[in-house]
Design a protein around this ligand. Structure first.
Ligand code: GDP
Length: 462
C-alpha cells in the first residue's frame, strides 16, 4: 500500500513518463507510409482548427489544441520530409509525395487539455510524439537471424512460375559457380547484381516476400561487398564437413561470411538501436493493390505479412524477445487507400485484412499484445457518390486519374473472405489510381485517420 504522498509522487512520475511517445509507421514499399505520416502530422497541426477528427475524443471534446514540430533528438536519423510532401500535394496539378527510402523521424509537441483537471491545477499538458517511418522490407530480414547461411539458402528457392522467370538470369549464372573454388570478387559481384535484379523485378511486379530487404533499398550501402551475396541452391544438401573443407577463401565461405556480416552489422543494429525503443507501431497494408494485381501476388503479400508480423510476436521464447526485448505495447494494422472502394465496402476491407492476418493476429493476441485492425485513407483522393444505373441508385466514386481524366466508377465488390478461385476467375475487382484532389488551405481530407490516431495516441491525451 502506498501512502498518499508516495501515490502522488508515483502519479507524477507516471505522468512525466506519459509525456513522451515513440510511434513508428511501417509497411512494405508503396503501402502508403509517406502519405500516412504526412496526413498524421497535417491532422495534428490542424487539430483544434479545421481538422475533422471526430473519432478522437480529445479532438471531439475540443481539448486538442494543436501540434508544433520541434527538433528531433537523434541527429543521425534523417528528418521526415513533411514540407516537401505538402508542396507536392499543393502543386498544380497535385502530386503524390515522393516516398521515403530508409528510416526517417519527426518530432511533434502536442498540446491538449486533460479530460479531468488534476489537483496539480495545470490547465494544459504536452505530449512529445516522436514519429518514425521505416521500410517494412527491413522486418522481412528478422527471420534471417534464425538461420545460418546454408539453411537460409534452403528458404530462398523462388518457386512459382512468375518468380522463377524473374530469377532465371541469376539461376543460370549461379549454376556455373563452384562453391569449392576460390572466390573471384568480380564474379560474385556480378551474380549478386543478378540476384538483386531478380528481387527488384519481383518487387516491381508487386511481390513482397523478398529477402534480403536491404537489397531492395540499399541506401548508402549500394555497391558495398556486404550486399554482394546470394543463396547457393542445393548447398544445404551437402554434408557440413564437406562444406567446411572448402577452405576460407572459397566461394561458399566468402558468401557465408558476407551473410553473417549482413546479419550482425545490418539487421541487428536496426533492431537494437531503433526497433527496440518504439512504444507503438502501425503497420500499413496495401490490400487493395494486391487484390487488384492477381492471385500470385496476393498470396505473396500474405506470406510477406506473416513474416513481417513475426517482429511483433513477443512470446517469451520468440527470437525477437530473446535478442532485443522490445517494448511495443500497442499495435495497429491498417488497410490503406480505402478511398478506392465505395463506403459500404469498408467493413469488408477490415474483414479481409483480418482474414489475411488470421494466424499472426492469433499469435499476437496469445502473446497479449493489444492489436487492432482498421481501414483508412490517409489522403482521400475520391468522393463517394450515388449514380442511377438501370433505374437503381448505386454507389460510385468520383475522382481524377493520375493523368487528369475525370473518373466516375464503381470499382466492384470486395470478397468478404479470402478470395478463392471463383473470385479470381470473375476478376471481380479493378480500380485505377487516383491523383490527390486539389484542395483549399486546411487539413487534408482523410478516411478514419482519427480512428487510427485514437488507437495509437488517444489514451495519452486523456
Ligand atoms: P510508401 O512507399 O509506403 O511510402 O507509400 P506512399 O505513401 O508513397 O504511397 C504509395 C502510393 O500509394 C502513392 O503514391 C499514392 O499513389 C497511393 N496512396 C497512398 N495513400 C493513399 C490514399 O490515402 N489514397 C489514395 N487514393 N492513394 C494513396
Amino acid at each position: 500500500m502506498r501512502t498518499p504522498l508516495a501515490q502522488e509522487f508515483h502519479d507524477l512520475l507516471e505522468r512525466g513518463r506519459d509525456r513522451q511517445l515513440r510511434l513508428a509507421v511501417t509497411g512494405l514499399s508503396r503501402s502508403g507510409k509517406t502519405a500516412f505520416l504526412t496526413s498524421l502530422v497535417n491532422q495534428l497541426r490542424h487539430a483544434g482548427l479545421e481538422a475533422r477528427l471526430d473519432l478522437l475524443p480529445a479532438a471531439r471534446e475540443g481539448r486538442l489544441l494543436g501540434a508544433r514540430r520541434i527538433n528531433q533528438q537523434d541527429l543521425g536519423v534523417p528528418r521526415f520530409p513533411y514540407d516537401q510532401a505538402m508542396l507536392a500535394l499543393d502543386a498544380e496539378p497535385p502530386r503524390w509525395p515522393e516516398p521515403t527510402r530508409g528510416i526517417s523521424e519527426l518530432r511533434l509537441v502536442i498540446r491538449y487539455r486533460p479530460a479531468k483537471r488534476g489537483l496539480m491545477g495545470a490547465d494544459t499538458r504536452q505530449l512529445t510524439l516522436d514519429l518514425f517511418d521505416y521500410p517494412g522490407e527491413w522486418l522481412l530480414d528478422l527471420p534471417l537471424l534464425a538461420h545460418d547461411y546454408p539453411s537460409w539458402c534452403e528458404t530462398q528457392q523462388h518457386e512459382g512460375t512468375q518468380r522463377a522467370a524473374m530469377f532465371a538470369d541469376w539461376r543460370a549464372a549461379v549454376a556455373s559457380l563452384d562453391p569449392a573454388a576460390d572466390a573471384d570478387e568480380a564474379q560474385l559481384a556480378e551474380i549478386a547484381e543478378r540476384y538483386a535484379q531478380g528481387l527488384r523485378a519481383a518487387r516491381e511486379a508487386g511481390f513482397s516476400d523478398l529477402q534480403p530487404g536491404r537489397f531492395l533499398l540499399p541506401g548508402e550501402l549500394s555497391g558495398a561487398p556486404v550486399l554482394q551475396f546470394f543463396p547457393l541452391p542445393g548447398i544445404g544438401a551437402i554434408d557440413a564437413t564437406e562444406r567446411d573443407a572448402y577452405g576460407t577463401e572459397s566461394n561458399y565461405a566468402t558468401l557465408a561470411r558476407r551473410f553473417r556480416h549482413y546479419q550482425q552489422h545490418i539487421v541487428k543494429p536496426f533492431y537494437r538501436e531503433h526497433f527496440r525503443r518504439f512504444d507503438r507501431q502501425i503497420v500499413l497494408v496495401d490490400l487493395l493493390g494486391a487484390l487488384n494485381a492477381g492471385p500470385e501476388r496476393f498470396e505473396d503479400l500474405s506470406r510477406a505479412l506473416s513474416r513481417l508480423m513475426k517482429s511483433f510476436d513477443y512470446g517469451q521464447r520468440s527470437l525477437l524477445s530473446r535478442l532485443f526485448s522490445p517494448r511495443i505495447d500497442r499495435l495497429a494494422i491498417a488497410a490503406t487507400k480505402a478511398d478506392h472502394v465505395t463506403p459500404e465496402q469498408h467493413p469488408r476491407l477490415v474483414a479481409l485484412l483480418e482474414a489475411l492476418l488470421a494466424e499472426p493476429l492469433k499469435d499476437l493476441r496469445f502473446a497479449d499484445v493489444p492489436v487492432r485492425a482498421l481501414s483508412l485513407a490517409s489522403i482521400r483522393a475520391s468522393e463517394a457518390r450515388e449514380v442511377e444505373h438501370q433505374g437503381q441508385r448505386t454507389p460510385a466514386l468520383r475522382g481524377e486519374s493520375l493523368t487528369g481524366e475525370a473518373l466516375l466508377l464503381y470499382p466492384g465488390e470486395l470478397p468478404d473472405r479470402l478470395p478463392g478461385r471463383e473470385f479470381w476467375s470473375r476478376q471481380g475487382f479493378d480500380f485505377p489510381a487516383f491523383r490527390p484532389l486539389p484542395r483549399d488551405a486546411g487539413a487534408l481530407p482523410h478516411i478514419r485517420m482519427d480512428a487510427a490516431l485514437d488507437w495509437l495516441i488517444g489514451d495519452k491525451l486523456q
